[in-house]
Design a protein around this ligand. Structure first.
Ligand code: HEM
Length: 416
């Protein structure tokens, strides 16, 4: 066996993982002074690994596959069953092209403009509100805008409920009990809704514009030239809309960063696009969102004196790599300037995965995420003034995903 590899010996570490959350892997990487260790999770032996070299290894598709890696409980809440996240090889590549074709720079900008419009339209209402919770506003706005951008009809009266369902899927990730079941129910509701919409488009009962996400999902031809069945088309359509709604988390952390580092407010007011970009990159690096990723060993190999046996589950530490001392100077300091000299590595800043989006599993939505965050940051800094009343802004690293407890409350909001 792997005698030279640290082994975190317990019958099963799943409960501890859920307790330690984002710090489960980093704590042990530090304790063992090793960039990988073995343990048992969900009843099986797994290898946990962290850092840039580990990320490079993880994205080698000759060594790893995704099929069979994602626990069903995650597929039944966050991602949908048998969706793009679980595919490999040519079939994955073909499906990935569909996603990437919808995320062009023009489409990114269009979405960001819709976001700006919605934020601006909210000011009038907020000026009369005693207080506003930024996260709640962001999720509703993003849900409305994501559906509009994708071509999915959504009534005003439906926005809040649908937004809450998308968020429930995301926040079921590390949850057990009621919050997990809430995520499952949310997914069931949203899948039924989207499946109906796909079927209506195919039957000609609902019109969809060629090039829109809705149209392209409904009429996508797989490798075998067949359309996706209506359920799978719905699942993949949700794989575009849900993560756009989830950008609400990063927007809330952006506001927290501004609040905790007010010197950046002035800097950002001057409107230098590099400053804005570095700030957003640092928010995506510093604050916790996706904790880790999993894949299965496809063919046996040895790396760093560790035997990776065929079929073994391997977990890449996303949060820990974004906070790795070997990669980031003072990793636990919020410092956007660090990106002035960053070398654009594909494997060290990995909040949305590593490697190339076109050839691997890296998130196809990074451009969208960055544009939507920039539009939202510009709004917070340059379009409104507000106060931040006393509240609990702490976030718990033992919850995955996490969020400032108050959701970021603002009051005395005025148009600038
Ligand atoms: C994949 C994070 C936004 C669509 C991923 C992965 C991560 C991630 C960690 C997995 C990478 C891997 O498996 O190797 C995030 C975060 C976001 C975000 C933190 C911010 C809210 C978006 C947006 C979209 C999107 C806006 C679409 C518009 C996808 C899809 C995949 C994916 C379809 C699966 C890709 C594949 O398996 O090939 N994302 N994402 N994400 N993301 Fe995102």
């Amino acid at each position: 066996a792997n005698e030279d590899v640290p082994y975190d010996k317990t019958i099963d570490n799943t409960v501890t993982l859920l307790k330690e959350g984002y710090l489960f892997i980093p704590n042990r990487i530090r304790q063992y002074q090793s960039n990988l260790f073995e343990t048992r999770l969900l009843g099986q032996k797994v290898i946990c690994m962290s850092g840039k070299e580990a990320a490079e290894l993880f994205y080698d598709s000759k060594r790893f596959q995704r099929h069979g890696a994602l626990p069903k409980r995650i597929q039944k809440t966050l991602f949908g069953e048998n969706a793009i996240q679980t595919m490999d090889g040519e079939a994955h590549h073909h499906r990935k092209q569909l996603f990437l074709s919808l995320m062009t720079e023009v489409n990114q900008k269009q979405l960001a403009e819709l976001v700006t419009t919605e934020w601006t339209n909210s000011i009038r209402k907020w000026e009369n509100d005693k207080e506003v919770i930024l996260f709640d506003e962001a999720k509703d706005i993003l849900c409305r805008v994501a559906c509009q951008w994708a071509g999915v009809p959504l009534k005003d009266s439906e926005v809040k409920e649908r937004a809450n369902d998308f968020i429930a899927m995301v926040y079921a990730f590390g949850a057990v009990g009621p919050q997990h079941w809430k995520g499952r129910n949310a997914r069931r509701q949203i899948e039924d809704w989207m499946k109906g919409i796909i079927e209506d488009v195919r039957d000609g009962k609902l019109s969809a514009k060629e090039g829109s996400v809705l149209y392209e999902m409904a009429f996508y031809d797989q490798e075998d030239h067949r359309h996706l069945d209506s359920h799978m088309a719905a699942v993949e359509l949700i794989n575009v809309i849900r993560p756009i709604v989830a950008i609400a988390t990063f927007i809330t952390f952006s506001a927290l960063a501004l609040h905790e580092h007010p010197s950046y407010k002035e800097k950002l007011q001057q409107g230098n696009s590099d400053d804005c970009h570095f700030f957003i990159q640092e928010v995506r690096r510093y604050y916790p969102f996706g904790p880790f990723l999993g894949a299965k060993v496809k063919n046996e190999f040895v790396w760093n004196q560790c035997e990776f046996k065929k079929g073994m589950l391997v977990i890449l530490d996303v949060y820990g790599t974004n906070h790795d001392r070997q990669l980031w100077e003072n990793p636990n300091e919020f410092n956007p300037e660090r990106f002035k000299t960053w070398n654009n590595s594909l494997f060290d800043l990995i909040p949305q995965g590593g490697g190339e989006a076109a050839t691997g599993h890296r998130c196809p939505g990074e451009g969208i995420t960055i544009e939507v965050m920039k539009a939202s940051l510009d709004f917070l800094v340059n379009k409104i003034e507000f106060d931040v009343p006393n509240q609990d802004l702490s976030y718990d690293l033992s919850e995955m995903p996490t969020l400032p407890k108050s959701g970021f409350m603002m009051n005395n909001i005025k148009r600038k």
